[in-house]
Write a protein that binds this ligand. Structure first.
Ligand code: GLN
Length: 456
């Protein structure tokens, strides 16, 4: 299996992988074979997986798609990587993404953009664009992704695959290179909900090395996410937020999403119109909070401890300045500047504190809907299908606006999922996938996977 995928990766031209090491992969495959011989193999033993380059991996380069970490080899494994390793999965390599997971199109990678396997003119989405493209192009059967404001769901939608962002705190962030710590959450990406369930079984659980990891007492028990896959959907109440179907939603996306909702009605569900009135505010709120946290997290890249250091400098100040100017890409620098600005004395109350207050109100809107109106919420993942490579790469705000339907779920810490539900049209009549978003209350991952599986 590992050889099969390594050959496909070698022959592919999507730029989905940043780092492949056949020797390391085949050694892991051999170890997996041995587990079949000695009877210790589990359901995932020997199954290949590729990791977003945000997860650090012992022995492999871990770059976060940044020049800053261009030659960085981690001395330890991220918890998620370690767990899949313990299960006997075989690492195929490290996947391209937006630099430090900042982006919606995978065009912010220091190592070049990724091509959408459905249409080489289209972006794959971001920031987990390499993960989504690798699965869509059958370069890997499973991948890890991280989602801070949509980075699992949106590339899954753009590439026609399945991905789930769990409840914040369920999956350890240890060894996940930090972007915005109060939002970052790892999750699985694969072809189907069933595959995602098998992967999620290994991922969740308390980790004392992550200060915001949820404990079993708080609800983060390990569970079998495949247990409810075949449960019928009769009686399911699906909330359909009116704010997700307004102006700005492309008609091809709306058509595919509404057709999927009709399918759920045929499967026994009922649709309930709901309102999430603060949806539009999620963009300014997220683009204050995420850069604020990023500016703090990225201060560790100073050229002194590890990673890139500028070759020539006069003194320490000069070394810091040049290292960060040369090592970080434009979008990362932009976010550090925005983040530093909103946190500085005098603006902190006006921006950061206000954003935190609205963040709470956004979470309250979801709770009001889940209280007595609906069991889950459905809508589009993104307002359009994948756009053309290069068409928004010089327009950060256009990228930010495309995150409108995924940001509020992240701000509330809720689990969200994307499943493929058809196609819209690209510029030259190419088929570009559409994703349906399914949002649940805290710890409702098994329910989301059940609903997705019934559709698939
Ligand atoms: N597109 C969003 C951003 O650029 C979300 C990225 C993410 O989820 N990592 O910040």
């Amino acid at each position: 299996l590992a050889r099969h995928y390594l050959e496909r990766i070698g022959a592919s031209g999507h730029n989905a992988f940043l780092h492949v090491d056949e020797e390391l992969s085949l050694a892991q495959a051999k170890a997996a074979d041995a587990r079949f011989a000695d009877g210790s193999a589990g359901v995932l033993t020997g199954i290949p997986i590729a990791h977003k380059d945000i997860f650090v991996t012992r022995g492999w380069r871990s770059t976060a798609a940044s020049k800053m970490l261009g030659n960085y080899v981690s001395p330890f494994d991220a918890t998620v990587v370690e767990k899949f390793g313990d299960a006997g999965m075989v690492t195929l390599g490290k996947l391209n993404c937006d630099e430090f997971a900042m982006g919606s199109a995978n065009e912010n990678s220091a190592f070049g953009a990724v091509k959408n396997p459905w249409d080489a003119l289209a972006v794959p989405g971001g920031s987990s664009g390499g993960s989504a493209a690798a699965i869509a192009a059958r370069l890997a059967p499973a991948a890890t992704g991280t989602d801070t404001g949509g980075s699992i769901r949106q590339p899954a939608a753009f590439c026609g695959i399945t991905g789930i962002k769990p409840t914040y705190g369920r999956v350890s962030r240890f060894g996940m290179i930090a972007f915005a710590s109060s939002l970052d959450q790892g999750g699985p990406m694969a072809r189907t909900a069933e595959d995602c369930a098998l992967l999620l079984n290994e991922m969740v659980g308390f980790d004392k090395r992550d200060s915001t990891s949820l404990t079993a007492e708080q609800g983060n028990e390990r569970e079998d996410f495949t247990r409810d896959l075949n449960r019928p959907l009769s009686g399911l109440r699906i909330g359909v937020p009116k704010e997700y179907f307004g102006e700005g939603l492309a008609s091809d996306v709306e058509q595919a999403v509404r057709a999927a909702l009709d399918e759920f009605v045929k499967l026994g569900a009922t649709l309930v119109e709901i309102s999430l009135p603060k949806t539009a505010l999620s963009i300014p709120v997220y683009y204050i909070i995420a850069p604020a946290e990023a500016s703090s997290n990225l201060s560790r890249f100073d050229g002194a401890r590890y990673g890139y250091r500028t070759p020539e400098y006069k003194d320490l100040q000069d070394m810091y300045k040049k290292t960060r100017a040369e090592g970080f890409g434009k979008e990362v620098q932009r976010r550090i500047m925005v983040g530093t600005y909103v946190l500085c004395h005098g603006y902190y109350d006006a921006y950061y504190v206000q954003a935190q207050k609205i963040r709470r109100l956004i979470a309250d809107d979801f709770q009001a809907a889940f209280k007595d109106q609906c069991d889950v919420i459905m809508g589009p993942v993104a307002p359009t299908v994948a756009w053309d490579l290069g068409s928004k790469s010089n327009d950060p705000v256009a990228n930010y606006l495309a995150d409108i339907f995924t940001l509020s779920t992240s701000l509330a810490g809720l689990p969200g999922m994307s499943i493929p539900v058809g196609f819209g049209q690209g510029e030259k009549n190419a088929k570009r996938p559409v994703g349906l978003q399914i949002i649940g209350n805290y710890f409702a991952e098994a329910k989301l996977l059940n609903i997705a599986h019934q559709y698939q």
